[in-house]
Design a protein around this ligand. Structure first.
Ligand code: AQP
Length: 338
């Protein structure tokens, strides 16, 4: 197969990343991941997945999951990912992910998976459903990555532990079977924002948070965005500045900085002598303007299912080509009969 993927791969370094369609994507997903994905697509050979298999580690209603997968596909395009430049696909459409995940699971220790912070957090949150998928999540994520032999994996700080484990598994298997996988490096973007919950700024902003005031969806309407910022939890101080015990304000400064490109010092100077109310309003307005064109494009694309289908089907074809080469190589080296 002599396709674009193959040609560009020879001259560009490869990048792989994914997002779970476990709800409506948030401002955290946008500032922590998607915005950087867009900026990478000219320089790198990018593979971006909608990680639908990961989403069922917590219960999803079938109709909601289906809608979320479509909306995530539409959002990837709305933020500016271009299917002519990047390979956009749905994880479950490429069978090699689950196949390699099983193999990697046989080379991953129980103790390693037990130490994962996300497993501990999600087990505590969903105590009635601590399933094997939740436990094995990092081996599926390792398969998602290693199948594409990427040079870099852009990840938020919350996912660094999983990437470390992925590198350990790859290294272990390379030592046993000689050069199966490229060891991927984490990619730390120039502007990396870790966006925290607006209601509990010690926790990251999550799309599955039951408190809808805690998170801003990328497609939230301007009035809703303004309301959520006005209600954002801060502290009893009045000065807009970075500081210990000022998690709420630190978070708002981080968001404002990621959107405007201003440094924390510049922001502190801009709001010198002004109160939290003015600052929250300014952050809300900056977010509204940043997200407005994305929401407008999204509202058109989400109605165009046939275009979305065209994009994800052609993406799956390109992804399948690369992924099946890796999984076949692995199976052969492990002794399976092909
Ligand atoms: N709050 C955040 N700040 C910065 N980056 C974030 N990311 C997610 N939330 C934030 C980054 O977005 C990418 C895709 O993440 P994901 O949606 O696949 O998984 P997640 O990290 O588990 O996100 P959520 O919203 O917390 O999902 P749920 O609620 O379903 O568990 C990743 O690169 C992530 O770092």
């Amino acid at each position: 197969m002599n396709d674009i993927t193959n040609n560009t791969a020879e001259i560009k370094k490869r990048v792989l990343s994914a997002v779970q369609p476990s709800g409506m994507l948030t401002l955290g997903n946008y500032l922590g991941a998607l915005k950087n994905w867009v900026s990478m697509q000219d320089e790198y050979d990018c593979f971006y997945a909608v990680a639908d298999l990961h989403a069922i580690t917590v219960r999803q209603k079938p109709a909601d999951l289906r809608a979320q997968i479509y909306s995530t596909c539409a959002l990837l395009l709305s933020v500016g990912l271009d299917p002519q430049k990047s390979t956009l696909f749905i994880q479950s459409h490429v069978g090699a992910h689950t196949k390699l995940s099983w193999v990697l699971g046989c080379y991953t220790q129980f103790g390693e998976l037990s130490r994962m912070t996300q497993f501990k957090d999600k087990s505590a949150k969903h105590a009635d459903n601590i399933n094997l998928g939740l436990f094995a999540y990092p081996t599926l994520m390792a398969a998602d990555i290693l199948l594409y032999q990427p040079d870099y994996v852009p990840v938020g700080s919350d996912q660094k532990q999983h990437l470390e484990l992925c590198r350990d598994i790859a290294d272990r298997m390379n030592n046993l079977y000689d050069n199966l996988f490229k060891i991927p490096e984490p990619f730390i973007p120039k502007i990396a924002a870790r966006v925290m919950s607006l209601q509990d700024p010690t926790k990251k902003m999550s799309k599955s948070d039951e408190n809808i005031n805690a998170w801003v969806a990328i497609v939230d309407k301007p009035d809703d965005i303004m309301r959520k910022f006005k209600r954002a939890v801060t502290d009893s101080d009045t000065k807009v500045c970075i500081g210990e015990g000022k998690d709420g304000i630190n978070n708002l400064i981080g968001i404002y900085s990621a959107i405007t490109g201003k440094t924390a010092e510049q922001i502190e100077a801009e709001f010198e002598g002004k109160g939290y109310g003015d600052f929250k309003k300014a952050v809300g307005e900056a977010v509204v303007e940043e997200l407005r064109p994305i929401r407008e494009t999204y509202e058109k694309l989400i109605k165009d299912k046939s275009y979305l289908e065209e994009v994800y089907k052609s993406g799956a074809q390109k992804a399948e080509y690369v992924a099946s080469r890796t999984v076949n190589k692995v199976m052969k080296k492990l002794g399976f009969v092909l």
